[in-house]
Write a protein that binds this ligand. Structure first.
Ligand SMILES: Cc1cc2nc3c(=O)[nH]c(=O)nc-3n(C[C@H](O)[C@H](O)[C@H](O)COP(=O)(O)OP(=O)(O)OC[C@H]3O[C@@H](n4cnc5c(N)ncnc54)[C@H](O)[C@@H]3O)c2cc1C
Length: 398
C-alpha cells in the first residue's frame, strides 16, 4: 500500500518536540492516509469547488479547531508545521486550504477585538467561512511598505472608504472575508498602513480569477469606493505593517514545513521507482550515481527538517530572534525541495513528466513556495541583516 505520510521519527524524537506533537503527527498522518478517496475526488473538481470542499472537510475533522477563540488559547507553530507537512505530502490543495485559512485567521487571533473574533473565527474554525489575507499589489510585492491601496476615513461617522487593487491573493475567488492591508496615512511608508476586515459581499469589491501553474483559487481584487464601518479596522490605526510582518514572519517556517512534505513525497516516489525498475540485470538502485542522487536528497531532507523544527521551536518559545530562524528555514527548505523534486523527476525518467503523475504534479506545485511569503532573495537579504557583527569584530581582533 502506498503511504500518504512520512514523518521522520528520528526528527520527531528530538527535544524540539513534545509528546503532544508526536501524537499529532501520528494522528495527522493516519487521517491523511484514510482520506485517499477525498484526495482523488478533489483532483477531479475545479479549484474553487476543491477549495470549498477541503476547507469544510478540514473544519469538520477538527484540523482548524485551534482557530476558535472559545477553545484554549494556542500558540503552537510546531503543530501548524506538522499539519502542513502531512497535508503537503498527501495533497497540495489540502495544504493550501489549511494554510490560507490559518493565515487569514491568525491576524484576528492576535490583533482582533473580542467582537471581531466572535464574529468570524468560529465559522473559520468550523470550515464554514473561508478567509484570505491580502497585502500584495502588482507594484508592492516584496516591498510591503509601499502598499498603495487607500483607506480614507470619513470624519462624519468614522467609516473608511477603500480604493485601489490587490494582487495574487490565495483563496481570492472563494473567500467570505479578506484581511486587507491598506494605506491610512498616519505616517510615511510602513507607518501609514492599517489592517481591515472586508467581507467579500462589500459593494465595490470585485474579484478577477488568475490561472496558476498549479491550479487553485487565486485572484486579483479591485476596490472601488468600498465603504467599511469603523469596526472593520483590525488592530490599531497605523499598525497594519506590524500585522502583516508579524504574520509573515510566523508563517514562513510553515512554508518550509510544506516544502518538506512535498520533497519527502518526491523522495519516496523516486526511491520506490528505482528499487522496482530493472536495468542492466539489476535495478536502478544498484547504480552508484543513482545512490548518490538519493543520498544528496536525503541530506537535503534532513537539513530542511532540522531547520524547520528549530525555527518552529524558536517561535513557540517566544525567542526574540525567531524571525531569523524562520527566514533561514524557509530559504533552505524551499530551495532544497525544488532540487529534490527535480532530482525525483530525473530518476523516474520519462515516467516522471507524465501529466497527472505524482512527480509531474509536485514539479508544478513546489515552484511558488520560493516566491510567496518572502522570496528567497529578499529573505537572504534579511538573513544577512541579522548576522551577528560582534563575531566579525572578535575574529578581526583575534
Ligand atoms: C502562489 C502564490 C500565492 C500568493 N498568495 C498571496 C496571498 O494570499 N496574499 C498576498 O498578499 N500575496 C500573495 N502572494 C504574493 C506574494 O506574496 C508575492 O508574489 C511576493 O511577495 C513577491 O512579490 P512580487 O511577486 O511582486 O515580486 P517582486 O517583489 O517584484 O520580486 C521580483 C523579483 O525581484 C526580487 N527582489 C525584490 N526585492 C528584492 C530585494 N530587496 N533584493 C533582492 N531581490 C529582490 C525578488 O526576489 C524576485 O526575484 C502569492 C504569490 C504566489 C506565487
Amino acid at each position: 500500500m502506498e503511504l500518504t505520510t512520512s514523518f521522520d521519527p528520528e526528527v520527531l524524537a528530538l527535544p524540539f518536540y513534545e509528546d503532544s506533537h508526536r501524537r499529532l503527527a501520528e494522528e495527522a498522518g493516519a487521517w491523511c492516509d484514510s482520506n485517499r478517496v477525498l484526495w482523488e475526488e478533489i483532483r477531479s473538481l475545479d479549484p474553487d469547488a476543491a477549495g470549498r470542499r477541503l476547507v469544510r472537510a478540514l473544519g469538520a475533522a477538527g484540523w482548524l479547531a485551534e482557530l476558535d477563540p472559545r477553545g484554549a488559547p494556542v500558540d503552537d507553530f510546531r503543530a501548524v508545521c506538522l499539519r502542513r507537512e502531512a497535508l503537503a505530502y498527501a495533497e497540495d490543495l489540502a495544504d493550501f486550504a489549511f494554510s490560507i485559512q490559518a493565515l487569514a485567521a491568525t491576524p484576528l487571533l492576535r490583533f482582533g477585538s473580542e467582537a471581531q473574533r466572535r464574529r468570524y473565527l468560529p465559522g473559520m474554525a468550523a470550515g464554514t467561512l473561508i478567509g484570505a489575507f491580502a497585502v500584495s499589489e502588482k507594484e508592492a510585492g516584496s516591498d510591503v511598505a509601499s502598499v498603495g491601496l487607500e483607506a480614507v476615513k470619513d470624519a462624519a461617522d468614522g467609516s473608511y472608504v477603500l480604493s485601489g487593487r490587490k494582487a495574487w491573493i490565495a483563496n481570492g475567488t472563494i473567500a467570505d472575508v479578506f484581511v486587507v492591508i491598506a494605506r491610512t496615512g498616519q505616517g510615511p511608508g510602513p507607518l501609514g498602513l492599517s489592517a481591515f476586515l472586508v467581507p467579500a459581499s462589500t459593494p465595490g469589491l470585485r474579484v478577477e480569477r488568475i490561472d496558476a501553474i498549479a491550479p487553485r483559487s487565486f485572484a486579483h481584487l479591485s476596490f472601488e469606493e468600498c465603504r467599511l464601518p469603523a469596526d472593520a479596522l483590525l488592530g490599531r490605526p497605523g499598525k497594519g505593517f506590524v500585522v502583516a510582518v508579524d504574520l509573515l514572519e510566523r508563517f514562513r517556517t510553515t512554508v518550509g514545513a510544506a516544502a518538506l512534505g512535498f520533497a519527502r513525497r518526491a523522495f519516496d516516489t523516486a526511491l520506490a521507482h528505482v528499487l522496482g525498475r530493472e536495468a542492466y540485470g539489476a535495478t536502478l538502485f544498484d547504480l552508484q550515481l543513482v545512490k548518490a542522487s538519493l543520498a544528496d536528497m536525503e541530506v537535503q531532507l534532513n537539513a530542511a527538517a532540522l531547520l524547520v523544527a528549530r525555527a518552529a521551536w524558536e517561535t513557540d518559545r517566544g525567542s526574540r530572534r525567531f524571525a531569523r530562524h524562520s527566514n533561514i528555514a524557509k530559504v533552505h527548505a524551499t530551495e532544497a525541495a525544488q532540487g529534490v523534486v527535480d532530482a525525483a523527476v530525473q530518476l523516474l525518467g520519462a515516467a516522471g513528466i507524465v501529466q497527472g503523475s505524482v512527480t509531474e504534479r509536485l514539479y508544478r506545485q513546489i515552484r511558488s513556495l520560493r516566491v510567496y511569503e518572502g522570496t528567497s532573495e529578499v529573505l537572504r537579504m534579511a538573513i544577512a541583516g541579522s548576522l551577528d557583527m560582534r563575531r566579525a569584530a572578535r575574529a578581526t581582533a583575534a
